[in-house]
Design a protein around this ligand. Structure first.
Ligand code: PAF
Length: 280
């Protein structure tokens, strides 16, 4: 696997591949790779001739500087994982390489970027669109792979792809879970062993909510009260929305694509965990 740090070198490599008629897959990451990322990389390797995995801890999408500061950084281990997964190129640029000047572009795709995470993390999706659009322009891939763990992010990126006319196929990949059911996330390493056990209740309760026979609004309330009853967990929001537009739904019959999205604070620090469940 090649490790590349500059845009010029990456584009040089990719132009050879493209001229040879090769398909390019891009897996954007912020590093601290785990089995969830590995599943995206393996999928890209199986569907493309060249897989580029970007490792870039994008400062513009962190609305909380403390969150950026404590985000895990495991570059050497990341390279090992990518090599084992068969990726051809790891692209790990510096902040100056990506942002030689401050990025002043503004993206707006309501309601996908204004509800839920958009409401609570001002500027977050703008930063995601800044970096993802730059990575798309730099690599010009045929396909780009994103984990469904960040369910809302995929909806925002789809709108951006449509808006900016990128000819890139967005491939959403299923959440990979620990044996306990906890959705894999780079932030899980910040949880203590005890907090990890507690955090597993989130997905257990989401799954149980499907079998309660409640109305949609009752289901939202039920999930919130069940999770808040567990010491060490506190729900920030639980919203049941249309799976494509992310607009609010009031009744199970309002859409044929309904997803519940949750954010929960876990433990003393506390660590902010997100997850979701599909109802239909
Ligand atoms: O999902 C992530 O890890 C990030 O938001 C992404 C897509 C790599 C952009 O920085």
């Amino acid at each position: 696997m090649q490790i590349i740090n500059t845009i010029a070198q990456l584009q040089e490599e990719l132009s050879h591949a493209r001229n040879a008629g090769k398909k390019i897959g891009l897996v954007p990451t912020m590093g601290a790779l785990h089995d969830g990322h590995a599943s995206l990389v393996r999928r890209s390797v199986s569907e493309n001739d060249v897989t580029v995995v970007s490792i870039f801890l994008n400062p513009t999408q962190f609305n909380d500087p403390k969150d950026l500061e404590r985000y895990p950084r495991t570059l050497d281990n990341d390279y090992k994982i990518l090599d084992q997964c068969g990726a051809q190129i790891a692209f790990a640029p510096s902040v100056v390489e990506i942002y030689p000047e401050p990025d002043t572009r503004r993206f707006s795709y309501p309601p996908t970027d204004t509800v839920m995470e958009g409401e609570r993390r001002p500027g977050h999706f703008n930063g995601v669109c800044q970096i993802v659009s730059k990575l798309f322009r730099i690599t010009n891939p045929d396909r780009a792979y994103f984990g469904e763990k960040d369910f809302q992010q995929i909806a925002v990126i789809r709108r951006m792809v449509q808006d900016l006319g990128f000819k890139i196929e967005i491939i959403p990949c299923p959440v990979i879970r620990e044996e306990s059911g906890l959705a894999m996330s780079s932030r899980n390493t910040l949880l203590s062993a005890e907090e990890r056990i507690i955090a597993a209740n989130i997905y257990r309760i989401l799954k149980e909510s499907k079998t309660q026979g409640l109305t949609l609004k009752e289901t939202e309330q039920w999930v919130i009260s069940q999770i808040n009853a567990i010491e060490g967990l506190e729900v920030e929001y639980y919203s049941i929305v249309d799976g494509k537009t992310l607009s609010e739904v009031h009744d199970w019959t309002d859409s044929d694509d309904i997803v519940g999205c949750i954010t929960v604070y876990c433990g003393k620090t506390p660590i902010r965990l997100i997850d979701h469940i599909r109802y239909k």
